[in-house]
Design a protein. Structure first.
Length: 661
């Protein structure tokens, strides 16, 4: 085993039991531990790598003495020789009396104890409080230590019974509890002046109420004034009653039951609910016949009449929920100047506002906004760092035929939109999506009752991506990106113009296409769909085809030289494909036979090498052509002319200008 010594020891002892109270039962409920750090090296002073097994022992003397406690910890990690352990985590320290000097020894990997033993500091001596037979003792009161004397003052008595101190207010003094009094003068009944930093009046109750203030005259029932930074009035209860009640019983009075005024930067009133349980409301206002349940007025030019905030970023609820049980509007907002009718913000993950009509018999709108000025009646704003929507309108009734959002414009000004959506970034200005998969609903349905355009797509950009209308089927979808239906009496299905009013191409209602500049196709030949003898799978591009003698309008592979039934080649990529079938009928049982154009064709060297310009005819090799012998040619046997050379070895594939004759 390698010799080991302490090169440097950095140690810190902390005696710890959480929630310490003088009660012995509370102290003994927690396990005592001490934190210890050390630095391990070899005899050359090099830091050791871990992990290691460490054994710790406590003695009552630096040398010899009695061992009071022992604990072993395995797999202790080292970081450049430094380790950190919590003594007492394996063997409880509760049985050790820290009423005198104590010394710690350390052994590594079962070896001898390292010398010298480490003397414990003063912090672990706090464990002595745990060994007191009847629990811990009070060491100080308000910073006063040793002997402390409690004395009663005016109208206050202090009695001691079996170590318990009882402090009572003496009845008959200037202020005794319970207290109830009446003031019939014009002077203040009670005045409390506080020049300190705490509360002027602090009321606590474990009963049914904390504070009730009632004024029967013209005076204020309760007046609290603070010039400091804390509240002038604080009332709280741990019972089930109301913390404070403010009542105005005079029906002729126009004064409020509660008036809160502030000249500082803080709020005039703050209602806070710290309960972790779901409660009715932090502030609830009930009104029988009042014009407004809440009336908020701002007389300045800088501020907001009402501010509702959800400050928890993890809260998914709304900042405002407005509900109307009867007929009428859940929220009625009017803007009579340049301001917006509604400006609702949410800085969390929830909604900035919810407008709901929960009466099924109501025919009114959940949200109705008017603007009599030039400002917006309704304005929804999405912040720079927000991830939610600026506005969300949702219809929950699956059987309703009414629209989720109805936008109506009565303007007679040409091109004035009923709905104007502007996007200043790179995203989509508007997205209409049907997320249900049960029916063929339209994501966007546009109708024009007059002579105007139902959908007008215009772009003012440049480049290939600047498109007026883009129809797209998502990746993996078998949907049709664009479908145009002519269900009226018009002559055309689609009209394409290069300049407004000048038609360049059109497709009439019969499906015929008209193109002023002609057509250009990427294929190199003209082909026609033909049925074949046998299975279509037995044919492949480049096969030379001849007319079948067994079935009408059917072709098959050539199998004889100089056949006059030759008509074409299985086309690889026809530019034009002709068929007698309709456009919706399948062609899976046919092959595209190229009759005119450049077609890759299978050839054979049966009649020697092929040179560019040679006439080609069918060969004895099935589906192949060969060089023609001019003396053996017959009318109708020529397939076409070679456009590439072939050396004549075996078979190959070359491009041929097919024109059978």
């Amino acid at each position: 085993m390698k010799s080991i010594s302490f090169y440097r020891i950095v140690f810190l002892f902390v005696a710890l039991w959480l929630g310490f109270t003088p009660a012995a039962s509370s102290v003994s409920a927690q396990q005592a531990t001490m934190s210890y750090q050390g630095y391990l090296t070899d005899l050359n002073g090099e830091a050791l790598d871990g992990p290691v097994a460490l054994t710790f022992r406590l003695y009552d003397a630096a040398l010899g003495g009695a061992m009071l406690w022992e604990e072993s910890q395995t797999n202790v990690p080292l970081s450049d020789g430094v380790f950190s352990v919590m003594l007492g985590s394996r063997t409880d320290l509760d049985g050790v009396a820290f009423d005198g000097p104590r010394y710690l020894s350390v052994s590594v990997d079962g070896g001898d104890a390292l010398a010298p033993r480490v003397a414990l500091g003063t912090a672990p001596m706090s464990l002595y409080a745990r060994s007191v037979a009847d629990g811990a003792a009070v060491r100080s009161i308000n910073g006063m230590a040793d002997e402390v004397t409690l004395e009663g003052g005016d109208n206050v008595t202090i009695t001691e019974t079996d170590g318990t101190l009882t402090i009572d207010a003496v009845a008959g003094g200037s202020f005794a509890l319970p207290f109830e009094g009446e003031n019939t003068t014009n002077e203040t009944a009670m005045k409390i002046t506080n020049t300190g930093t705490l509360f002027g009046l602090d009321v606590s109750s474990t009963g049914v109420g904390a504070l009730t203030a009632q004024g029967l005259g013209d005076a204020t029932a309760l007046f609290a004034f603070a010039e400091g930074i804390n509240a002038a009035l604080s009332a709280r209860t741990s019972g089930t009653g109301t913390v404070a009640t403010f009542t105005q019983d005079n029906i002729a009075s126009t004064n409020p039951a509660l008036l809160a005024t502030t000249n500082g930067e803080g709020p005039a009133g703050l209602f806070r609910n710290t309960s972790s349980e779901l409660v009715d409301a932090t502030l609830k206002v009930e009104s029988e016949e009042a014009l407004y349940g809440v009336h908020s007025i701002v007389n300045g030019t800088c501020c907001i009449a009402g501010f509702f905030e959800v400050d928890n970023p993890q809260h998914s609820g709304a900042a405002i929920t407005a509900m109307k049980r009867g007929f009428g509007d859940a929220v009625h907002v009017e803007a009579r100047d340049e301001s917006s009718g509604v400006a609702s913000y949410s800085h969390g993950i929830g909604k900035a506002g919810i407008f709901a009509i929960q009466n099924p018999a109501s025919a009114t709108d959940a949200l109705e906004a008017y603007s009599f000025g030039s400002g917006d009646a309704f304005y929804a704003y999405q912040g720079n760092n927000a991830t939610g929507r600026a506005a969300h309108f949702e219809h929950k009734n699956a059987s309703s035929s009414t629209p989720t959002v109805l936008v109506t414009a009565n303007s007679d000004v040409l091109a004035t939109p009923a709905l104007h959506v502007t996007h200043t970034g790179r995203g989509t200005a508007g997205r209409f999506e049907v997320t249900g998969t049960n029916g063929p609903g339209n994501a966007l349905y546009a109708v024009s009752q007059g002579p105007g355009v139902a959908i007008h797509g215009a772009t003012q950009g440049t480049g290939a991506l600047a498109v007026g209308v883009w129809a797209n089927a998502a990746n993996g979808s078998n949907a049709v990106p664009l479908r145009v239906s002519q269900d009226g009496t018009g002559n055309d299905i689609a009209v394409f113009q290069a300049t407004t009013g000048v038609n360049q191409a059109r497709i009439d209602r019969t499906g015929k296409g008209f193109f002023n500049g002609g057509t250009q196709n990427s294929g190199a030949d003209i082909a026609e769909a033909f049925e074949v003898e046998g299975s279509v799978a037995a044919y492949e591009p480049g096969d030379v085809l001849v007319i079948s003698t067994r079935t009408d309008r059917t072709v098959e592979k050539s199998d004889a030289a100089y056949s006059t039934r030759v008509v074409g080649v299985y086309a690889t990529k026809p530019g034009v494909l002709l068929t007698e079938r309709g456009i919706d009928e399948t062609l899976e049982d046919t092959v595209p036979m190229g009759v005119v154009g450049v077609i890759p064709t299978k050839v054979s060297g049966e009649n020697g090498p092929i040179r560019r310009g040679d006439l080609l005819v069918t060969s004895a090799t099935p589906g192949h052509a060969m060089k023609a012998d001019p003396e053996a040619l017959r009318v109708g046997a020529v397939l076409g002319k070679a456009l590439e050379n072939f050396d004549g070895a075996g078979t190959g594939l070359i491009k041929v200008l097919v024109n059978a004759k």
